[in-house]
Design a protein around this ligand. Structure first.
Ligand SMILES: C[S@@+](CC[C@H](N)C(=O)[O-])C[C@H]1O[C@@H](n2cnc3c(N)ncnc32)[C@H](O)[C@@H]1O
Length: 371
């Protein structure tokens, strides 16, 4: 089968590297998507082990150009081979060229074709929490039809229970940036403005070689509800991931922040992620905190989106840049800022990744010790 791994635009190369590491073949990179060949076991591994992915979909039809009409495509797809009769089906049509009403009407018509093809028996007026989603993505004469195998998006690892923090980074975005920075557990790790602790938890998972989705509940992956699901192969994939996990990281990852409520949330989530004793959160001001010896430093600075916060965010980016040159010159530093604040860091980053974080254009600037 062919997989489509959805990924936040700008992070495709990281996902490609992760797919190579789990043995995927014939990898193609597109905007916000990485395609590869896979068998069922690899599709399960992709869902369980990819840190940077948003979703994993199984491609049922793909044409780069001159695509036929999507209704004709749906009429010929072997729905009964992939869909179970006892699971509902939802179709999403994404096409910038048609308005929402038209897309919804088209989705309803396409759903009827899939439901009839698979002889889905739907209990009247019930909504199925495990309904299978089919995505139709059309851009001019390019068309992709794909079944979602992930269920809830993969940034939902299963450990974030309580986010009251204003601006938590998505778990998969944090993990992708950590991989881009080269975080691998070999050096001490610190996030001096860790907020709800996303990067500290993800860095610890990387250091432990712990699969990001290992604590998802049974039935939470959509592939478990597809026809042909191989429960034995899935158990094998989970057992192998558990066997690879290291008992303890080489270094305890640390997080600091001014906001003590966020730190309490971070500690709570680290417990939920079952690494509570392998991380350390403490109050601290990034302008003054002593971080000790060199290692990997990750920071997601305040965005300053609201007008009244903008000046403060700019000043903090400048102060961060000052510390970067005076105190952290021997650290591997990765700092995520709104693109408009990149110049305020000063200095010459070794590398800059352009990343979209929700609606915000961001830059991830990497500074290495030999800069
Ligand atoms: C964009 S948020 C970080 C979000 C975090 N990555 C997460 O996933 O939850 C920026 C954080 O910087 C913290 N902050 C602001 N000024 C700070 C300072 N001078 N020292 C330390 N932390 C600070 C804020 O409290 C906030 O939690």
């Amino acid at each position: 089968m062919r997989l489509l791994v959805a990924v936040p635009p700008g992070l495709e190369a990281i996902t490609r590297g992760e797919l190579e590491r789990i043995g995927a073949g014939a990898i193609d990179v597109a905007h916000g998507a990485v395609f590869c060949d896979a068998d069922a076991t690899l599709a399960y591994r992709a869902n369980l082990e990819l840190r940077s992915a948003s979703r994993v979909l199984e491609v049922l039809f793909h044409a780069e150009r001159d695509a036929p009409d999507v209704h004709a495509v749906f009429a010929t797809l072997p729905w009964a081979e992939r869909l179970r009769a006892d699971r509902d089906v939802v179709v999403h049509v994404q096409d910038a060229g048609v308005d929402n009403t038209h897309a919804e009407r088209e989705a309803a018509a396409l759903r009827r074709v899939a439901v009839e093809g698979a002889r889905v028996v739907r209990k009247a007026a019930t909504s199925d929490p495990y309904a299978i989603t089919i995505n139709v993505h059309r851009h001019r004469d390019r068309l992709t039809v794909a079944i979602d195998t992930s269920g809830s998006p993969l940034h939902r690892r299963g450990w974030r229970r309580s986010s009251t923090h204003k601006a938590p980074l998505k778990e998969n975005v944090a993990a992708a940036l950590l991989l881009a920075l080269g975080v691998d557990g070999s050096l001490p790790f610190v996030d001096p403005c860790c907020g709800s602790g996303t990067a500290v938890i993800e860095a610890t998972y990387i250091a432990l070689d712990k699969a990001p989705a290992i604590h998802r509940k049974k039935g939470e992956f959509a592939f478990e509800w597809l026809r042909g699901f191989d429960a034995r192969a899935w158990r094998g994939v989970q057992d192998a991931a558990r066997a690879r996990r290291k008992p303890a990281p080489l270094h305890v990852a640390r997080g600091f922040d001014l906001d003590e409520r966020a730190l309490a949330e971070a500690a709570h989530d680290a417990e939920q992620a079952r690494i509570g004793h392998q991380v350390k959160f403490a109050p601290g001001d990034l302008r003054a905190v002593d971080l000790g010896g060199p290692g990997h430093l990750f920071a997601n600075l305040p965005y300053g989106v609201r007008l009244e916060d903008h000046g403060r965010a700019r000043a903090l980016a400048q102060q961060f840049g000052d510390r970067l040159r005076s105190d952290w010159a021997s650290w591997h530093v990765g700092v995520l800022v709104p693109a408009t604040l990149l110049a305020d860091l000063g200095g010459a980053p070794t590398r800059v990744l352009r990343v979209r974080n929700g609606a915000l254009e961001c830059a991830f600037a990497i500074f290495t010790p030999n800069r």
